[in-house]
Design a protein around this ligand. Sequence first.
Ligand SMILES: Cc1ncc(COP(=O)(O)O)c(C=O)c1O
Length: 445
Amino acid sequence: MNLVAKPLEKFVTNSLEQHWMPFSANREFKNAPRLIARSEGMYLWNQNGDRLIDGSSGLFNVAAGHGRREIADAVHAQMLQNDYTAPFQLGQPTSYALAAKLAKILPDPFNHVFFTNSGSESIDTALKMVMAYHRANGQSQRLRFVSRERAYHGVNMGGVSLSGMVRNRETFPVVMPNIVTIRHTWDADQTFTRGEPERGAELADDLQRHCETYGASTIAAVFVEPVAGSTGTLVPPKGYLKRLREICDRHGILLVFDEVITGFGRLGKPFAADAFEVMPDIITMAKALTNGAIPMGAVSVRDEIYDTIIDAAPENAIEFFHGYTYSAHPAACAAGLATLQIYEDEGLFERSAAMSEYFLDAIWSLKDLSVVRDLRGYGMMAGVEVAPEEGKPGIRGNELQKRLFWNGCHVKWTGDTAIIAPSYIAERSHIDEIVDSIRKTLETL
Ligand SMILES: Cc1ncc(COP(=O)(O)O)c(C=O)c1O
C-alpha cells in the first residue's frame, strides 16, 4: 500500500468553541475532546499521540485505508492543472473519465452518472430525477413517495422527509408532503441472524397495501437502503427486495436503492444491487467514491430514465434543471478516479468478499456477552446492538463510543448499536484488534 509519509504531530488548537460540530454533543465534547491528529492505513492517532484502530473506516467511507498517496498526488496534480471549472455548460476532462469508469463498475443498465457532493445531495437529486422522469413520461400525477421506518437518507430536506428516524421527524417537522412509510424489517424473533433473515419477505407487501389505499398510479417511487445502515445494519430478509421490485414493476413505480453506504464493495460486490441480484431504477452513492478524501456523491439511472428525461426536452434546451456549483469538481473527480483505480489494482471488492466470513465470525464471537442484545451483519458491515440503559435509549451507546476511543478503537455508534465496517485493506489481525477492543470495552459495563 502506498501511503503519504507524515510526521507524528500533536493536535494544536487554541479554541474549540467556534466550530459548531455536526451530530455531536458540543458541550460535552468540548469539555473532553477526542481529536485526531493523524491517520494512516487502519489507524488513527489522537491528540496524545495514542494509536487507535479505525473500526468504522471513518464513517464507512475510507474503504482503501487512510492516507493513500495515489489519491493525494492525483488531487494535488489536478489542483495545479485546473483547480475549478464552472460545471454548467462547461466541461473538464476528469468528470467524463470518472463517469465512464463508474459506468463500468455499475450494473449493466446504468450508464449515466450525475455528480453531487454528498449522500444527502444524491437523495435530493434522485427525488428530482423521479419527478422529472414521470413528468416526461406523462405521469405527473405520481407525486407520492414511499420510504421505510428506520430509514436514513441524509440530512437535506428531501432526505429528512424520507427519514424513518423519530429524532429527525420531531426536530424538523416541516417536510415534503405525500410521503408514506412501510415497515422496517428488524424482527425481535430473528436476532443474531447472520446474513439475510429467513422470514420477512412479506413485509414488502406493505407497498402493495399503499397501492390499494392511495392508488398505485399516484406513487412515484420507493426509496430503500438495501441494508439499512445508519439505524444499525438491518439486513433485508430473503426475497424482500425482489418482492419490492415485483410490486414496483406491476405498478410502474420506480425503485431507488440508496447505496450511499452499501456501494463500492461494502457487501462484497460492487453494489448491493449485485449482491442481492435485484436491479433498482436509480442508485444513489457517495461514501467510498473518493475514499473519504474529498466530498463527492453521485446518482446513476437506468438508460431508460436518462433517455426519457433527455428526449422529452425541446432541442437545445436544458433537460434537467438541477446542479451544484461543485458538481463534478475537478479535485473530487481526480480523487474518485484514483480511488477507483486503487479498488481495481488491489482487487479490494474481492478482498472485502473474501474477508467477510472471518469478519463476521469475529463479530459473532461477542455473542456470549450478556449486554449484547443482537448481532447483524453482511459483507464487511455489522451491527452490535447492546441492551439500552433502563428508560434511556442511546445513553449507553454514547458512553461506549467514548470508552472505546480511549481504549484504542474508533467505532461509529447509532443509538445503542455499534456499526463496525472496517476498510477492505484490513488483515485478520486488524479485525481481531477491533473485536478485542469492543469485548474489553463491553466488559467494563
Ligand atoms: C443511506 C444513506 N443515505 C444518505 C446519507 C447521507 O450522506 P451524507 O452524510 O454524505 O450527506 C447517508 C449517510 O450516512 C446514508 O447512510
